[in-house]
Design a protein around this ligand. Sequence first.
Ligand SMILES: Cc1cc2nc3c(=O)[nH]c(=O)nc-3n(C[C@H](O)[C@H](O)[C@H](O)COP(=O)(O)OP(=O)(O)OC[C@H]3O[C@@H](n4cnc5c(N)ncnc54)[C@H](O)[C@@H]3O)c2cc1C
Length: 397
Amino acid sequence: MDPPADEMWPESFPPGMVGVMKTRVLVLGAGFGGLELATSLSEGLGDEVEVTVIDKNDSFVFGFSKLDVMFGRRAAEAVRLPYCDLAKPGVRLLRETIVAIDPEARSVTTDAGIHEADFLVVALGADYDMDATPGLAEGGNEFYSVAGAERLAGLLPEFSAGRVVIGVCGAPFKCPPAPSEAALLLHDYLSARGVRGDCEISFVLPLPSPVPPSPETSAALLAAFSERDIAFLPGIQIGSLDPARNVALLDGGGEIPYDLFLGVPKHRAPDVVVASGMTTAGYVPVDSETLETRFPGVYAVGDVATVGVPKAGVFAEGAARVVAASLIARVRGGERPGAYDGLGSCYVEFGSGRVGRVDVDFLSGPKPTGAFHEPSAALVAEKEHFGSSRRARWFGR
Ligand SMILES: Cc1cc2nc3c(=O)[nH]c(=O)nc-3n(C[C@H](O)[C@H](O)[C@H](O)COP(=O)(O)OP(=O)(O)OC[C@H]3O[C@@H](n4cnc5c(N)ncnc54)[C@H](O)[C@@H]3O)c2cc1C
């Protein structure tokens, strides 16, 4: 039976496209969202469409791998998944840097030329704004990029005594549990080296609790901090660092001394997205059900978009699946897919090889909720599968 007319897309193809040319989908960014989108489109449409994915890098790295690199558990080279391994029917991946986006014309300029599309999906993630926290670049270390994590892998073995401050410099930031994980893993790391007793660890966060939508997860993390003598300082906004005096200066007045500052920089949409005129209040607003922007045929998924969910890969992936289903329906003239559900599960490293999980639901109720699952051996295996299943799905290995 044909779907009712109001559940059909008003136009399946842009005028003049039927039977003449393949529909062209341009995916900006081959991160969590872009990779899932390209994979889903290839599965659904094969080479019926022409999917071009553009990324400036040569490889993908899972966010959680940065903690592995920082604490010397894995080498940076070992966690890179090269894009040359991505081989999907109908998909080509170009290594180019995007320098301009015209959402009205659905065209994109890169350092190599101009690309035009029938449908454009912006999946360019969030960038780090080191300059927004004066002194951070000179006096601190960030662990949110592969380069930063690699630098710390070289520095941490030299650190044997003193005050470590893990400081989140602004919200929203990627993967809200990650700084808590960093504090707990740092405790393990220093303990294994026999120097924990000579070090103080403080964790400074602008939010009121480690994982605000999940009081249970927050309580479990606070208990873990307390057992390990990690000082948790919530609701504090770090304004700048003074590297000459080794202090973090707080917006509300006061300062926190440090010998080693491990920072999460403020985030912002990439400059090229801001310059395109697509952003409001820093990020790209989208329809929370369809992920479409105010520009027809232009979608945004993942960290670059404002959809009321946290900045995490699992949400970028869920959003990408909805956009892929929409595009498949638009190309084939099928039913509109269901709305984006805003559901996602995040694994939380508690240290000592233990992993918990929080299942968050951001959109279905009046306020976000997060069900906590206690750390267990089964969740260690589940987290491992989370990574390996995506690696196999996207990269075939
Ligand atoms: C320490 C840490 C731990 C994390 N742990 C988890 C976790 O356990 N689970 C989880 O779900 N998430 C986790 N995350 C968050 C997760 O990594 C991000 O939220 C996710 O990658 C966002 O996906 P995205 O597709 O929006 O953007 P990204 O994955 O960041 O991809 C954006 C892509 O756009 C490209 N790009 C940007 N600008 C340009 C340009 N001008 N030209 C060309 N290409 C460009 C980039 O190279 C990049 O490949 C973690 C993050 C960190 C930092």
